[in-house]
Design a protein around this ligand. Sequence first.
Ligand code: ADP
Ligand code: ZN
Ligand code: ZN
Length: 748
Amino acid sequence: MAVDIRHNSQPAFISLDMSATSKTSAREQAPGDSARSIRVVVPRPMRSGFDYAVPDDWPEPQVGARVSVSFGRGASARDIIGIVTQLNPDDVHARLKPATRLLDNPALLPEELVRLAHWLSTYYHHPLGEVFATLLPSALRRDSNLPEARGSRRWVIACADADLGRAHVQRQAFEWLTEQRSATDDELRQAGISSATVRALAARGAITTSTDIDVQHQLESPPAPTEEQASALAQIEVNDGFGCTLIDGVTGSGKTELYLRLIEQVLSQGRQVLVLVPEISLTPQTVARFSARFGAVDSQHSALSDGERARSWMRCQSGETRIVIGTRSAVFAPLNELGLIVVDEEHDGSFKQQDGLRYNARDVALVRARNLNIPVVLGSATPALESLGNAKAGRYQHVTLTRRAGGAELPGLQVLDIRGHSLVGGISPDLIRVMRSHLDNKGQVLVFINRRGFAPALMCTDCRWIASCEACDAKLTLHRQPAHLRCHHCGHGEAVPAKCPACDNMELTSVGTGTQRSEEELSARFPDFPLIRIDRDSTRSKARLEAHLDTINKGEPMILIGTQMLAKGHHFPDVTLVVVLGIDGALTSVDFRAPERIAALLTQVAGRAGRAERPGSVWIQTLQPEHPLFACLADHGYSGFAQLELAQRQAAGLPPEVPLAIVRAESRHPTAGSELLNTLGDYAGVTKLGPAPAPMHRRDERFRWQVLLLAQERRALHAALAAHVETLGNQASRQVRWSIDVDPFDTL
Ligand code: ADP
Ligand code: ZN
Ligand code: ZN
């Protein structure tokens, strides 16, 4: 956890004083004793707010209300939507322009979120107006009527043995919904179920929406807790104000089951619950599991349309929604009766936004929970070193689950040396034999490669020319069906050349293995077994993914090939063998978090396999079998690895031992970024490294430079950053883009 929560009071650099927004006055109306005014922030990259006069016929505006104000000078002035951050600021000395229109009364944004926005702006050094723009769904940032809180409701079965008499259409719809567990109005309509049928079923009491959750009559009864779960439940207190618990439990140990138990306690007190997950559209089972227990839940993820997102926001605010499950930005859901926040897979990089407001939703969840004085629960099989560090220091309660709930054994790790081996589909012949024996024993085999496409490079056999991106310092990936070269960094695509552009040699060869090549070569090698490939190219839609997951869950022997998409969140009980390919590139990454990320990934992939009757095994093939990471993981598991790695970070003076921030600058001009970063001053207590070229110096036609800032004290780091923001604002030219990244996810 990056945010310092040691002090209950706010550290001085995180000012929560609403008047902290500095201001610029829009001139016109003279200040008088009776004149009312408001300070407004607008969604522009400006570090200050603007003051406006409140027209006489307005009611008293509230902090957090949206207002339309005229912005800009003379002919270029136009009305834009801003947020009121302060009433009658006392340092107004100029004549003020009147505000144009008050959009909400009472305010749309609850005070709690306004306060959170101030914190975000200060902590991440991001303009407050843009923070609000990140916080609010885009449909609520327009000058139009608020959407109906109702909108698309989510329906669930209310009574499993409802008597439907001879109503065949209703029965069909009822059976469909039973199978789906839950569906929105939109989804029902898409399935050909009319709103009349829905109304009729609701009138019979057969189905219901989320408003009627009755936790006393859970739709699906929970299993009796295991011994470890029971002891965890006895330790975790959800009625006692702010506190953070880290549930550190191996895959399949019943963490989700624990969340459900805790959520039940909080719901029964009439409070709302927020659950953050890395990527919901990849794990439809998660939502299904929550709604099977509690009825309808609201899910917020990237696949929602603007309108759906805004309606979900309104349902949260009205209190209709009792449980929200969502990805990163759901951390801003306006829940006035929030009683618990759960962050599942808290180590996951998707919680960190990589552009604009570079926040980490896990850390924001902690700040929000502290502000509201409610508990927060973080869960993972591979906790971030930040979280383990906090647990070790006693700032978090540390609860461990060491055994799988169903009693299954965790698979063992085996490292296979492939130096000097010739490979088939990127796999050693020894492993092909192991695969065959698992398939013949009716097991499923999961092949994990973190590279999509056919091959990661295309090379000339004669002069060794390699196809590279014209806009980036990166090789182009060879794709098949249709054949083309593509850059995975900027998206640039081009045709495969017929001959080497450097020496005219006609023979070009693909180097390395991606998922497409594995698929092609393994299906030739194992023609009798079905093969499913899951990556971003093969599985674009949610429906396609669900169809694949259904096939896999039938349990027939088959080969699954996939990227991270396959490694995250799913549980495949019939997989008995996991094969990990192409890990060597990651082992040589320059990022200091690379070992942590590889250890987490290997542990997560391994965790997909095996159940009670059929223990799994995991094979990693590598050119560096002696790499200490493997021995450490095989002998001591992730927690053993994490202890050693924490000690090394401490010795090296790297996070989480000390806080880190990166100032980045990029430009089409080769050195403009570096010149800008050279203007940054030195500050006591802060080590400044750079400017240096970023590891990928050129990306998307821009030259990237960065400065790393490490400090003993977070306070010193923030003071330096505040000064840097000022310098950058004054010095930067239009050709250079700069950004501040506090607690960056990587240094690439
Ligand atoms: P995690 O979130 O740690 O991966 P889950 O909560 O998903 O673990 O549990 C893994 C599997 O074990 C699931 O199929 C779940 O239904 C089952 N399970 C969890 N807790 C229990 C329990 N107390 N008794 C029986 N089965 C359980
Ligand atoms: Zn050549
Ligand atoms: Zn590129």
